[in-house]
Design a protein around this ligand. Structure first.
Ligand code: ZN
Length: 209
């Protein structure tokens, strides 16, 4: 997709500086300051204000001085005019749209959480929860799955698959948890505190479902 970037500008103030003497032609009362607000535009739509720049022009000798070129005597009166010059609201047009979109997304997330209840907490073992057990670093390495079968006050009972490889989807997980459970070693248990450590503290068991 082609993006058309550029910058644009708007003169937001033009005011005389009646008490100032031109540093070049030494006449007084001929200086004017123009404040320009610049912005980044995409497809000619302002998206981001770039700030203001004030340029002085002498009506007598035409000397034009950009920011950084103006003598010290100009700075305070120029700054006063620049401070009064308001950046047009439409320079913020797309920022405002993005801001509104972000606010809407955050609000939707909050509303969704209220509706759906909090996200499942892996530290609170629930029968049927599935966990992916990382056996080494990296996503491509072998892994195993665990599914909680029973929970008592102090113990979590779970079944666990043999080593699995390849993509993990809800369907492959269901098949593996049915077909890859060893009769004896495929069922194990942990004290609740240990389970908590593995699923949150150490993170070796990551909640998958
Ligand atoms: Zn002049």
């Amino acid at each position: 997709m082609l993006f058309l970037f550029g910058t644009g500008s708007t003169v937001t103030a033009s005011e005389p500086l009646p008490n100032l003497t031109c540093q070049y032609c030494q006449t007084t009362g001929n200086l004017v300051v123009h404040v320009v607000a610049r912005y980044v535009q995409v497809f000619f739509i302002p998206v981001l204000p770039l700030g203001k720049a004030a340029t002085t022009v002498c009506g007598h000798c035409r000397q034009t001085l950009r920011p950084g070129e103006q003598p010290a005597a100009y700075l305070a009166p120029v700054a006063a005019v620049a401070a009064r010059a308001k950046t047009p609201f439409w320079h913020y047009a797309l920022l405002a749209v993005f801001g509104a979109g972000l606010a809407f997304a955050m609000l939707s997330a909050v509303v969704g959480r209220i509706r759906n209840g909090p996200a499942p907490d892996p530290a609170v073992p629930v029968v049927g929860q599935r966990f992916k057990m990382k056996l080494d670093e990296g996503e491509l390495g072998p892994y195993a799955l665990a599914e909680i079968e029973r929970v008592t006050a102090d113990t979590v009972y779970y079944r666990t698959t043999g080593l699995l490889r390849g993509p993990l989807t809800p369907a492959t997980a269901t098949v593996a948890l049915r077909d890859s459970i060893a009769p004896v070693t495929g069922h194990a248990r942990y004290p609740v505190a240990m389970w908590h450590f593995l699923t949150t503290g150490e993170g070796r068991f990551r909640l998958y479902k």
